[in-house]
Design a protein around this ligand. Sequence first.
Ligand code: ATP
Ligand code: MG
Length: 559
Amino acid sequence: MDTEAAAPEVVRDFIRDIVRGDLEGGKYRQVVTRFPPEPNGYLHIGHAKSIALNFGIAEEFAGVCHLRFDDTNPVREEQEYIDSIEEDVRWLGFDWGERRFFASDYFDRLYDWAEGMINAGLAYVDDQTRDEIRASRGTLTEPGRNSPFRDRPREENLDLFRRMRAGEFPDGTRVLRARIDMAAPNINLRDPVMYRILHAHHQRTGDKWCIYPSYDYAHGQSDAIEAITHSICTLEFEDHRPLYDWFIAHLPVPSQPRQFEFARLNLTYTLLSKRVLTRLVQEGHVAGWDDPRMPTLAGLRRRGVPPASVREFVRRIGVAKANSVVDVGMLEFCIREELNRCAERRMAVLRPIKVVIENYPEGESETVEAVNHPDDPKAGSRELRFGRELYIERDDFMENPPKKFFRLSPGTEVRLRYAYFIRCTGVVRDDAGEIVELRCSYDPLSRGGNSPDGRKVKATLHWVSAADSEKAEVRLYNPLFSNPEPDAKNFTADLNADSLEIISDARLEPDLNVGASNAPVQFERLGYFVRDRDWRPDRPVFNRTIGLRDSFAKAVAKS
Ligand code: ATP
Ligand code: MG
């Protein structure tokens, strides 16, 4: 590799510019960021943008990045999600070291601070129902109305809050609210809920708590406790920033993080809302969180997408403050680029038709040499067995070809990759009249695929030997949604009925099926493939990661 291409490129965006300025101006000695997932689902490619930003900034500026689980809602959160999030962040190539935290680590401190706010007259217990609270919040144009409980005496608030914690009241009967301003133009400042009663078991704190802090109350304080310097989040939290700043200004927190917002990643043909992804799994539209059609990192991994192409994709799209939708073709480009570089070439036939070479001696065979990677001599070569009976792709033959069809048809000659020129001399039909076998002759002087006399052929086909090849299941994936901008509210209407096609009798060259390699391969002329986790020695299963060309977008553009 030439050194110019290997030189690290300086990434620039408005958040990195702020960080750089803060470090150069001496505002901070070390930058501290965090990636703060809520463990209520698997991570998706949008999260990869946030992960790469937070961990990337820490790496580039010699800082640190925390992994913090925002586990404030025990009802929707599970250990399975915590484990998957850790696996996915590591897979992407980032490391939090010892710095793994949980918002639940701070429940005691958050509780004490809430009592402090009650004592300072900055919080009160509200007995209104959820609906009453919602109805009195006002709108963008109308101010909210004060709760009848807003001016409760301090002692009564403290007593009720402690009894909420002690478990004396059923779920939903009372909340603790910050006492800010019901007429504030920013609705987030209209006495937001800090604690709610929830008699639910928490995966880390067990049954210790039956009141849980709201995300808005826990999030900023967790950042302050961890001395996060730059709290980076997506744009929908921009309007929450004044509230976070208000809490920080009124609590004895050890540091003052500053929040910066960037645009979420949106992708065509894809939905990235956890609510939708959860429903896709729960309602059985896909086979699970790691279904290769899912935009989850677990799905991309199972599909065979290398982590380097996800990192390259998020580097290319950059970080900005305006929401936009990125063409999924950009992700596919990054996947192809990386796989083209790293995947060895092999031969496989997805929809086989038998070829019998009539002038090849019966009972004999020979080996031909095939290179493993055209751009990388170090990848070496392998030997393939060539003989009288082979398989080629059914699509590569046409009995009555149109003018521009250059592959095999009666009378025409093509090259078999690495092997010989063959000419089709006839076909064999079954009782229904369907062609089940092709009869061919070969030119023994064309060994290696070289023309013996300057004669030209217009096509080179892939093939496997009938005797040596192995049967396999191959799963082909297409986009999960047929609409470039699927409707998140009614997503089932936009599901692509052809998102999965299973081929049960593909034929692979034999070496593909030994060992335990999960390395990606290119099946020549077909695309990039990887073993699925359902693979067994006696029942090979491969996933198509991606085709060689962008055929889907073209098909859609034509239709
Ligand atoms: P939901 O889909 O319900 O909104 P979420 O995506 O916000 O959930 P979190 O676990 O809270 O889920 O996300 C963790 C972090 O990842 C947050 O900082 C969030 O801003 C960021 N993030 C989530 N989705 C995207 C996205 N599409 N693009 C960039 N960052 C994202
Ligand atoms: Mg969130």
